[in-house]
Design a protein around this ligand. Structure first.
Ligand code: ZN
Length: 349
């Protein structure tokens, strides 16, 4: 006897969701994964949740089918393990959940032409923000002689993140990467076009899980062909194929920036002022580390860029909590500056 499947949201449409079937033990796609039921949404595009108010469902959500006598189609959304979000278009304070329950974000970057470490840093930050585990994959390793050096460079700019150099052509490095994808893992793949995302996924799982660029171009409809998000079986794993994730505009926050810039954050602990901006403040450990070569200046530049982005998003979101925190930071900064001036006898009384 086969046990009943665990259901997930495979696709979200305007008035309904399509469910896909996962193995209840492993979470891997079932052979009949795509034959799941279609469930109508409540007005406003909402589904009831196991906990709390009804919410708009996202691709990857886990759901429980819980029929009652009055509502034989009743479906409840389970709490999310992780969420990938981005700003909605326009200037509202709202964010949109692009995908739920993502386990691993593959940050894909080509080795040829030369990888952009700044872009990797940025995508790793965004992956962390979601609650998923970022893994950096450097593709086209067969085209360069210094792939392992790049792996070291990536592990330096993204501390604590695993980096793999692979070649989909020769198969080099694929086994190591496969080793970390347990059955039932839900993957999202991000990175620039030309990095070989589709080729990588197809080589990893041995199927045509992800449409390659050529196929997409070949259908003659241009770049708007795949605007929906979909959870599709990819061997024993799941893949969330969502063009929206490849675009910019995902939400970053201060904590995930600190995770990516653990080296800067560690140094910043030593700064005299808790809220030091590492510009010309006295006793700044970060600028001191740049002066004596322990920290690369471009690292601080990237940190600044991402800090600006976070500040911009906090402003845009009109996030009251962030504004309050900002005002507190300004006040504590003024306090410590005054204390510093008192102690050194300089500046304003
Ligand atoms: Zn500083």
């Amino acid at each position: 006897m086969t046990s009943s499947p665990a259901w997930r949201v495979g696709r979200v449409e305007r008035t309904c969701v399509r469910l896909v079937a996962a193995d209840p033990e492993t979470g891997a796609p079932r052979a009949d994964a795509g034959a799941g039921p279609v469930v109508r949404l409540r007005p406003g595009g909402l589904l009831d949740a196991v906990v709390g108010e009804p919410v708009p469902p996202a691709v990857g959500d886990a759901v429980v089918i819980a029929p009652t006598e009055t509502d034989p189609e009743r479906v409840l959304l389970a709490p999310r393990r992780s969420e990938l979000v981005r700003d909605t278009a326009g200037d509202t304070a709202r964010t949109q959940v692009l995908a739920a329950n993502v386990d691993v974000v593959l940050v894909v970057e080509h080795l040829d032409p030369e990888p952009k470490l700044g872009r990797i840093e940025r995508l790793v930050t965004l992956a962390r923000r979601s609650g998923a585990v970022p893994v950096v994959v450097l593709t086209k390793a067969d085209l360069v002689g210094d792939a392992e050096q790049w792996v070291d460079d990536v592990e330096r700019v993204a501390p604590g993140v695993a980096a793999h150099a692979i070649s989909a052509t020769t198969g080099a490095g694929l086994d190591g990467l496969r080793g970390m994808l347990e059955p039932g893992t839900t993957l999202v793949v991000v990175g620039p076009s030309g990095a070989g995302k589709s080729t990588l996924v197809n080589a990893l799982v041995g199927t045509e899980a992800m449409a390659t660029g050529r196929r997409r171009e070949g259908d003659g409809k241009g770049r708007h062909t795949t605007t929906h998000r979909e959870l599709v079986p990819a061997g024993e794993c799941w893949l969330i194929d969502t063009p929206g994730l490849r675009a910019v505009g995902l939400v970053a926050d201060a904590d995930s920036v600190d995770g990516t810039f653990a080296d800067v954050a560690d140094l910043a602990q030593e700064c005299r002022f808790r809220d030091c901006r590492h510009e010309r403040e006295p006793g700044c450990a970060v600028t001191a580390a740049i002066e004596d070569g322990r920290l690369a200046e471009r690292r601080l530049d990237s940190w600044r860029t991402q800090q600006r982005e976070v500040a911009h998003q906090a402003r845009r979101a009109g996030d009251r909590a962030a504004q309050i925190e900002f005002r507190q930071t300004v006040r504590s900064r003024e306090r410590s500056m005054r204390a510093h001036h008192r102690a050194t006898g300089k500046g304003r009384p």
